[in-house]
Design a protein around this ligand. Sequence first.
Ligand SMILES: O=C(O)CCC(=O)C(=O)O
Ligand SMILES: [Fe+2]
Length: 288
Amino acid sequence: MKHDQDAPSIAALACVDLERWPIHQPDSSAYGRRLSEVRAALRNQGCARIDGFIRRDCLKMFDAEVTGIAPGAHFSSSSINPYFTQDDPSLPPSHPRRRYSENTNGFVAMDRFPEYGPSLSLYRSAHFQRFIADSLEEEQLFTFDDPLAGVVVNVMKEGQQLAWHYDTNEFIVSLLTRKPDQGGTFEYVPGLRRPGDECYEEVEDVLDGKSDRVQYLSLELGDLQIFKGRFSLHRVVKGKGERHTVIFGYAREPGFIGRVERTRKVHNRVTQAHIDAEKYTRSDGLAD
Ligand SMILES: O=C(O)CCC(=O)C(=O)O
Ligand SMILES: [Fe+2]
């Protein structure tokens, strides 16, 4: 997808606290210092808090944009285990694979965002993309071609929760634009499982509230979070008042478009681009 990079980029960086996070000067030593902090946090904790990333005087603009489109969120609720799998009655009832909790997600799709508003401008900013890729120690990252999923708002209404789970995607980049009056805390357990080992006993301890490894991240407005959720169990607890986060999706390869079935689940609709992408993949089995 071709975007007019220049004008939105300038607007996007105007919202970033460049003194704290000099993402416009990726060759500077200040950038290098901040980057090594972020990388260390991601390596050691699987989670980095980019505190005060958005300038205080721009927080209202983000909140207004997100609050304006939040009523268009599509909600889906289900009972999930940490792995999003079906029940397996052959296991004991206390086994993590048999532990189901209520999980509610509300998402606003990308095509509901104002075209030149702060969220899409930031998403498409070359400097922002460079910073996220550098943080994750990736050569390059690409915006999605998916017309719905590139940037989304995650809306949690009062009393809604995200149950303990692992993500299927490797990382998530999110910005808190509305904080509940109470609760809504992000909780996670760094590196709880590893490739080839689910560490079920440790997971069970977390689910039973007996683990001392749980970390609590109380994000402030304008904080950006980079989180690697594939190996770190995590949840968002219920809050008082609504919670909004903008989630920025990037891929290692260009051209990413989500699958029809998953898109329908998340957004309750699909676009022609989703249908075409799936048809094409099916017909020759190739991605490009
Ligand atoms: O909103 C958050 O802080 C976490 C979201 C999350 O875990 C997810 O979407 O998988
Ligand atoms: Fe997650």
